[in-house]
Design a protein around this ligand. Sequence first.
Ligand code: GAL
Length: 419
Amino acid sequence: MGGLMMKKSVFTAVSAIAFAAASVAYAGPSAEVLHWWTSGGEAKSVAVLQKEFADNGGTWTDMPVAGGGGDAAMTALRARVLAGNAPTAVQLKGPAIQEWYEEGVLADISAVAEAEGWEGVLPASIAGHMKCDGKWCAAPVNVHRVDWIWANADVLAANGIAMPTTWDEFNAAADKLAAAGITPLAHGGQAWQDATVFEAVALGILGPEGFHKAFVELDMDTLKSDKMVAVFDQMRKMRGYVDANFSGRDWNLATAMVMNGEAAFQIMGDWAKGEFLAAGKVPGKDFLCASVPGDGFLYNVDSFAMFKVDGDDKQAGQGLLAKLIVGQNFQKVFNLNKGSIPARTDVAMDEFDSCAHLSAKDMSESSANGSLLPSYAHGMALRGAQSGAITDVVTAHFNSDMSSADAVKMLADAVANSL
Ligand code: GAL
């Protein structure tokens, strides 16, 4: 009896395998896509890619991991790769692309890049981030600018405030707003948001050259300089401009505070514009955008890397995704929703708004005068260990009464220990 049952179950198993083998025959491009685009504007943007993928015969399996800045998504990625089950395509950017490449887990997408002529349509600075040992290992989606101030137009007008062009003006405006009972700065107390405000302040106070020395070269003299003390002094002021409930708040909820007039300003990359637009707000009318006081441009290029996976369907999915991502139409429609500008240089900008035009103009000017800089807070400038060491200090200072001098000392030590 036992023998019979065993025979039967072996037979069932064998036929199941035969069935499975038949069904693994090529069924078309497929991709499981890990990303952290879950806010209103972000979800609308990623839906553009999902639709194009489906329209071209692809089957998309969504793997969204909520959490602005992508820290949680990167933790999820590590767990999947360690388990030997990497997602097909992953939102990944900056030096983290190289770090994963060095682990031997990224697929080479050079064949698509060459067939599609990426070299001819991407600026060299962006292309450089997408190559590993000379081969293409990621596909760029956009250029986000980080050093923006967003404001509620009515709140500024009602309080007789113009968009600030110096940090002193910003502080004067913030003091006036606070006296009128309005939260000057909408902020969410999460480490990456603290780092976002910090790098915008640092760019303004250190200047583009000082920023490069501090956060690209990790130059100790700059990290320990009096100007860096001044950066932390301004951060202490910023801490005084946020509301009592800032701790842990998501960035898009901070954007909503500006939208509904509860707060006047937010310092955030232009994914915040994606939120304003998704809520039907109009730039120049409902909300204002300006670069933070000072020169320079902090760029944050989103991109996707393909992980080494088995199976013709998934590999075809990777090729199709890479092709679509850098495609002209996708780069236009996606970025209209996302708040960023296209990575490709040949996309017509006439449907883009005034903030996007300012971004494109400032990007080309800063590229020409050497002040186009990678965002440290958004993983474009440094490897994880170094950027993490800096952010830990920024957050520790923001959430305590640490003096600026102590913060600078801690910063220099943390960076030295991370090297
Ligand atoms: C950035 C990313 C943006 C946006 C933002 C908030 O790091 O580059 O695309 O998603 O995080 O989640």
